[in-house]
Design a protein around this ligand. Sequence first.
Ligand code: RM4
Ligand code: MN
Ligand code: MN
Length: 427
Amino acid sequence: MVIREFVDEHNRKALEWLHQDYDHLGRQLRRRGVDIEPLTARAMAFRVAVPSWGVGTGGTRFARFPGPGEPRNVFEKLDDCDVIDKMVRVTPGISLHIPWDEPESPAELKAYAAARGLFIDSMNSNTFQDQPGQERSYKFGSLTHTDAAVRAQAVEHNVHCIELGKKLGARSHTVWIGDGGNFPGQVHFRRALERYLESLRAIYAALPDGFRMFIEHKLCEPAFYSTVLNDWGTSYYCTRELGPKAFSLVDLGHHAPNVNIEMIVARLVQLGKLAGFHFNDSKYGDDDLDAGSIKPFQLFLVFNELVDAELEKVPGFDPAYMLDQSHNVTDPIESLMTSAVELVRAYVQAHLVDRAALAEGQERNDAVLALATLKQAFTTDVGPILAMARHRAGGAIDPVAAYRASGYRRTKAGERPAVAGGGAGIV
Ligand code: RM4
Ligand code: MN
Ligand code: MN
């Protein structure tokens, strides 16, 4: 299966129209005093990591409906990630989940990724499930468990992830915990947080130079009454207590509906503790939908804050962009490509914001001018810029159409008969 051939064939058909659209948009932007070429260069330079667990089909609390040709091990997951990157050209980094992706030989896995132009970007620990043969259970928590022996086991697993990450060339380790309470009174809030910090300190001590630790808050799920790391403020407190290698990660699906996430982003930027993102979208909870599918304006506003910080050169500003999705009803490859494209869209649109006009609106308390300035950028169809960027980088002008035409999923359905427990999907 030579993906490149399908991309080229598809692009040949679409290229003439793309040139027309791109030239037209270029003329429109020039009238606004904007040069299209630097925007295209920015679109080409954007990067977001793909989650290994995202290339499998997820499920709900009720059922999982496996899709055809799902990857059955980490190598097959990388094959799917490779297709995504060949199409969209912005996703060479991969986030791994341990032990779902535990390699027998880290060197072999690293080489397998490198041979495809991919690399392991980030590690994720899993202390929200019990693994076969595991000595102590996480049923009542892991890093915050009342039993010190369970906490030690969870710490050890995280240290193992960091050690493995070093061998794989990863640059960060993300800790998300399922710890919390289902009933009022079940968990002593203050003591649980103290235990959490104590465990995190032990993990933090294992970080090599240049390796960052991200902690990820979540307001509910799997425990529905309370979680230990419930919000960004608690997360900020913990990362500040831990030290300069600890940062607070924002997963867009981990907040209550209507929370002003772009403002949380601005706060964490200002406080020097923004780790980066798990991008996805949601209507009610941790829905893990494709980025920008429910609230594209929110996604744009998040990027507006990020680009503002980038242009202002805020010291230490270096966020890690990662996707974190689970797909119940779509082909995971199509969903992940779509999300990656939507992020580049929001990023380029945020670069279109007339910052001088916005500042003027803010200084003069002119809310109409300020909002209109943002809306002008948000309503500009930057599709031709994104498509041209992909084309110039050797990717697909229309990734989903090219992928469908390639028959990749059909081929894999024949090659990969289903197995149980492939470590795909969930939450
Ligand atoms: C959690 C969280 C984590 C992810 C797990 C699978 O809700 O978003 O980032 O690793 O799900
Ligand atoms: Mn996440
Ligand atoms: Mn999540």
